[in-house]
Ligand binder design. Structure first.
Ligand SMILES: NC(=O)c1ccc[n+]([C@@H]2O[C@H](COP(=O)([O-])OP(=O)(O)OC[C@H]3O[C@@H](n4cnc5c(N)ncnc54)[C@H](O)[C@@H]3O)[C@@H](O)[C@H]2O)c1
Length: 319
C-alpha cells in the first residue's frame, strides 16, 4: 500500500449515491473500500444488486451485509485499519419518515452513533456524513447558507440534524475530522425510484398521470450526481479544520413545472398532470448558497438541469 493508498469504509454502498461514489473512487486506483449495506427494502433490491454489480468482485472491494443499527456486527466484521468513513447509509425519504419515525431514528441516529463509536475506538481520523437540505425545512429565507436557521418539518430531517450534532460532539471529544455535507436533491443515473425525476420520467414515458403537489409552484435546487461526487471527494481530501458543515447544491432553484417541462423535452412526451395540495413534510422551496463549498472545497457544479435530465434519461432507457 503506497502513501496515497487509503483504506476507507463507505456505508450505503449499494444505494444511489454510495454505489456511484464507489465506482468513481475505484477508477482513481487509490482506495481499498469496505462497503457496508444491509440491502434495506425501501426500494427494489434488484436495483441495489445492479448498482453494485460492476464492482462487487473488484480486488479492492470488500462487501459487508451489515445493519448499522447492530453495533456488535460492525465491530465483529470490520478490521482495525481504516483511514476514513464516508457514511451515506440512511433511511432516506422525507414523507415515509412521518409514518415510521422510530425506524428513521434507529437507522439514522443510532446507526450514525454506532459508526462514530467505531471511528473513536479504531482511531479513524476522518468521518464524512451525508446530511440533507431538508434540515432547513420551511425556512423562507433563501438561498440558505450553513448558518441559516434550521426549521425541519419531517422526522427524517430531524435525524440528519441529530447526526450533525453527534458528529460535532465526537469531533470535539475524540479528534475526529467530521464533515457534514448537506446534499440538495441529487439526481442522475441510478437515482432512487422514489424521487421525483425518476418517478415522473417513468410515468410520463408510460403515458401515466403524474401528481404535482403544491400546484407545480414548489421549487427545488437539483444537483447532478457527478457534481455531488466531486464535492464528496473534495471533502475526503479536506484537511484544514476539524468540523465543518457544507452545502452541496447547484445554486439554482427550479419550479416543479419547469422540471416537468425538462422531462417532457427529454422523453418527447406530454405529461398528464394532476394537482394536489402540498404535503406538510415537504418544503415549498430549497435553494443552496454554495459559497462555502466553493471556498473550502473548490466545488463548482457544472451540470445544468437540461443536460442532467438528458443524461438521466439516457441511463433510464437502457436499464
Ligand atoms: N438522494 C438525495 O437527493 C439525497 C439528498 C439529501 C441527502 N441524501 C442522503 O444521502 C445518503 C445517500 O442517499 P441515496 O439517495 O443514495 O439513498 P439510497 O437509499 O439509495 O442509499 C442508502 C443506502 O443505505 C442502505 N441502508 C439503509 N438502512 C441501512 C442500515 N440499517 N444498515 C446499513 N445500510 C442501510 C440502503 O440499503 C441503501 O442502499 C443518505 O444518507 C441520504 O439521506 C440524499
Amino acid at each position: 500500500m503506497n502513501d496515497f493508498h487509503k483504506h476507507i469504509i463507505i456505508t450505503g454502498a449499494a444505494g444511489f449515491i454510495g454505489s456511484s461514489l464507489v465506482d468513481c473512487l475505484l477508477k482513481s486506483g487509490n482506495y481499498t473500500i469496505s462497503c457496508i449495506d444491509n440491502f434495506d427494502d425501501f426500494y427494489d433490491l434488484n436495483i441495489k444488486r445492479k448498482n453494485i454489480s460492476a464492482f462487487e468482485n473488484h480486488a479492492n472491494i470488500k462487501f459487508f451485509d451489515i445493519d448499522i443499527r447492530n453495533r456488535e456486527h460492525i465491530h465483529e466484521n470490520l478490521c482495525d485499519d481504516y483511514d476514513m468513513i464516508v457514511h451515506l447509509a440512511a433511511k432516506a425519504g422525507v414523507r415515509p419518515s412521518i409514518a415510521e419515525p422510530d425506524l428513521y431514528s434507529q437507522v439514522n441516529v443510532l446507526g450514525t452513533l454506532n459508526l462514530l463509536d467505531f471511528a473513536k475506538e479504531k482511531h479513524i481520523k476522518t468521518f464524512i456524513f451525508a446530511s440533507s437540505s431538508s434540515v432547513y425545512g420551511v425556512n423562507p429565507d433563501v438561498p440558505w447558507n450553513e448558518t441559516s436557521a434550521l426549521m425541519p418539518v419531517s422526522p427524517y430531517a430531524a435525524t440528519k440534524i441529530a447526526g450533525e450534532y453527534l458528529g460535532y460532539t465526537y469531533s470535539k471529544l475524540y479528534d475526529i475530522r467530521f464533515i457534514a455535507l448537506r446534499f440538495f436533491t441529487v439526481y442522475g443515473p441510478k437515482q432512487r425510484p422514489d424521487l421525483a425525476i425518476h418517478k415522473f420520467t417513468k410515468l410520463i414515458s408510460e403515458n401515466q398521470p403524474i401528481t404535482l403537489y403544491g400546484n407545480g409552484e414548489t421549487f427545488r435546487d437539483y444537483t447532478f450526481i457527478d457534481d455531488i461526487l466531486s464535492g464528496i471527494m473534495a471533502a475526503m481530501n479536506y484537511d484544514k479544520t476539524m468540523f465543518e458543515i457544507i452545502n452541496l447544491g447547484n445554486n439554482r432553484t427550479v419550479s416543479l413545472s419547469e422540471l416537468v417541462s425538462a422531462i417532457e423535452n427529454a422523453t418527447c412526451k406530454k405529461a398528464i398532470i394532476q394537482f394536489d395540495k402540498l404535503h406538510p413534510a415537504d418544503a415549498p422551496l430549497t435553494f443552496a448558497d454554495i459559497s462555502k463549498a466553493k471556498r473550502l472545497l473548490n466545488y463548482n457544479p457544472e451540470t445544468q438541469l437540461k443536460s442532467g435530465i438528458e443524461k438521466f434519461y439516457e441511463w433510464y432507457i437502457n436499464i
